[in-house]
Design a protein. Structure first.
Length: 135
């Protein structure tokens, strides 16, 4: 009986460990900061396709890229959460990988769940758009 108990208890402990998936990241996480409509930024929107089998970082998603107006070497990449606002950009899904469109946008910035190391002044976040328009 004691042997059986010693065998079952570790299995229960391992089985009841909390899920280690980060909970404060992704499209439903807390807002890190907001790009307001009065501070609308300009950037480009494109659709990221998986070309390299080793690249699994947020493929088949719309991405917005912009350079910080106060830091010419700081580039920011935003993965769009609410793609339902992007009907007019759907053709980018089948366009060449180099195709991007100039836009003005505003929205709520959130953390990505997958982290990527980038040695330069680059950031990667999620965005829930509140406004987007072609330039």
């Amino acid at each position: 009986f004691i042997f059986l108990l010693l065998l079952v208890i570790p299995i229960l402990i391992i089985g009841c460990e909390k899920d280690k998936t980060p909970t404060d990241c992704g499209c439903n996480s807390k807002i890190v900061y907001t790009i307001t409509e009065t501070k609308e930024l300009t950037g480009t929107i494109s659709f990221k396709k998986q070309l390299d089998p080793n690249d699994t970082f947020y493929n088949d998603k719309f991405w917005i890229g912009y350079t910080d107006p106060n830091c010419s070497t700081c580039s920011h990449s935003l993965i769009v959460c609410n793609e339902n606002l992007l009907a007019e950009f759907n053709y980018l899904r089948t366009s060449s990988i180099d195709t991007s469109i100039k836009i003005k946008f505003a929205g709520h910035i959130r953390e990505t769940c997958e982290k990527i190391f980038h040695p330069s002044n680059s950031t990667y976040n999620m965005i829930t758009l509140t406004k987007i328009e072609k330039q």
